[in-house]
Design a protein around this ligand. Structure first.
Ligand SMILES: Nc1ncnc2c1ncn2[C@@H]1O[C@H](COP(=O)(O)OP(=O)(O)OP(=O)(O)O)[C@@H](O)[C@H]1O
Length: 249
């Protein structure tokens, strides 16, 4: 098997007496879109938080690009090439779409925010920002404050900001949440276009999107990995069908 880009070995996490992640083993290989699914409260978001470093595991090992990052803080993991789609609340609401994207590009470039005025005419920032806005279908919104965007557009901006850091591993936490059918289709298509050019871990409740996008799916139930496999294997797994009884996977 290809050497994993991200590997979790025997990861445990409890909140008080509640074990939320229990002996999690997970290998994400380069270039794949690996979806994490499971019923509400299964521990998916907690697992993403453990991967990005927002939370620290109680025990177990996390490897990224073969480096042990088990205790590394968020910014070290980000510098190594991990990005998570920002929550809408962390967009700079008063800044325009272009300014938000430029800030994210600037973070990659390492230059200081106090040079903002110059940054606005710096082709090294302007060109990549323009490219990202174009890719996200947000070019026509470049001058609009983030606060005035629709919910779907804000989610696209979030994704654009994550991509601006040119990650090797992109973690997406429910990118379709709260989107209508049109925006969901648009987001699905965008994620499909990203596939292959980077490795993606996707947490999503929209099973249609998950099953159409994922190369492999890991199913979490009550903090444990119940199954990992291709969409077809997962669909046919009786344990998964039991966990998802009543849903359309
Ligand atoms: N900071 C916290 N303190 C205490 N309990 C927490 C904390 N974060 C999550 N939990 C609990 O851990 C369990 C797993 O939560 P988590 O959000 O990881 O699940 P999830 O699979 O992402 O659920 P959903 O699909 O509903 O988003 C839940 O019982 C939740 O209440």
């Amino acid at each position: 098997m290809t050497e994993p880009l991200l590997q979790l070995r025997n990861i445990q996490k409890s909140f008080g007496g509640l074990r939320v992640c229990d002996q999690i083993d997970l290998a994400v290989v380069p270039g794949e879109l690996h979806a994490l699914i499971g019923p509400n409260g299964a521990g998916k978001t907690t697992l993403l938080n453990l991967i990005t470093g927002l939370l620290e595991a109680d025990s177990g090992t996390l490897l990224f690009k073969k480096k042990d990052i088990t205790t590394s803080p968020v910014h070290v993991r980000a510098r190594l090439g991990m990005a998570r789609s920002f929550q809408i609340t962390s967009l700079f609401q008063g800044f325009t779409v272009k300014e938000n994207i430029m800030l994210a590009v600037q973070a990659l470039d390492g230059s200081s925010y106090r040079f903002w005025k110059r940054a606005d005419s710096d082709p090294n920032l302007v060109e990549p920002s323009r490219h990202i806005m174009e890719r996200m279908g947000l070019l026509h919104r470049a001058g609009m404050p983030a606060s005035q965007l629709s919910h779907g557009e804000q989610r696209l901006l979030e994704l654009g900001m994550a991509l601006a850091t040119e990650p090797d591993l992109l973690l997406l936490d429910e990118p379709m949440a709260g989107l209508g059918p049109g925006s969901t289709r648009k987001m699905t298509e965008l994620i499909r276009q990203l596939k292959g050019s980077l490795t993606i871990v996707l947490v999503e409740h929209d099973m249609q999107a998950v099953f159409s996008l994922a190369d492999r799916i890991t199913v979490l139930v009550q903090g444990q990995v119940t199954a990992t496999g291709t969409p077809d294997t997962i669909r046919a797994n009786p344990l998964v069908q039991e966990a998802y009884l009543g849903t359309s996977c």
